[in-house]
Design a protein around this ligand. Structure first.
Ligand code: NI
Length: 185
């Protein structure tokens, strides 16, 4: 399965809400396989379809217990607070401490169309919330306070990552680094 190029910050597809999956079929299974390949190659803990330019509500993840796919996910409940140094494959090499709920209850469907229900804590819960944000067109930068976000955008601009929106997308997307980025997701 071929790996895809991961879309970087400034790419409009990362700001759009993805559409519900209507057909769980062989085509979707192939897409999920390609997403897993792309995630492992990066490497990262999770990858949402919009990150490879596909506006569909599914993501893949693996926090060390094998690759999983969730289709049309929903976070039913969340609880607690947890600070975690969070990164994103679409903003490679950078991370910021972000506080989010510590536990979430995720529901959705697997590739056979069966309902899945996962009680997640800490890293897995963080991964789910981060990937859900991608499906809603939200990047982790939007979870930073205004001052930190301003500083983050400056760093992103200086490093020439992706196409910062304040440059009107004028900066060409750099080639995918051979060894992958340092970020987690
Ligand atoms: Ni991400």
């Amino acid at each position: 399965m071929a790996a895809h190029t991961i879309r970087l910050v400034g790419d409009p597809v990362l700001r759009q809400r993805a559409a519900d999956v209507t057909d769980i079929d062989g085509k979707l299974a192939r897409l999920a396989d390609e997403m897993l390949t792309t995630m492992y190659e990066a490497p990262g803990l999770g990858l949402a379809a919009p990150q490879i330019g596909v506006r569909k509500r599914l993501f893949v993840y693996d926090i060390g217990e094998g690759g999983q796919v969730v289709v049309n996910p929903t976070i039913a409940e969340s609880d607690g607070e947890w600070a975690y140094d969070e990164g994103c494959l679409s903003v490679p090499g950078l991370s910021w401490e972000i506080v989010r709920p510590k536990q979430v209850h995720l529901t959705g469907y697997d590739l056979e169309g069966n309902e899945v229900s996962v009680e997640a804590d800490e890293v897995l819960a963080r991964c789910f919330q981060h990937e859900m944000d991608h499906l809603d067109g939200v990047l982790l930068l939007e979870r930073l306070d205004a001052d930190t976000r301003k500083l983050a955008m400056k760093t992103i601009r200086e490093l020439g990552i992706g196409m910062p929106p304040d440059l009107g997308g004028a900066v060409p997307q750099p080639a995918k680094p051979a060894g992958g980025g340092l970020s987690l997701r």
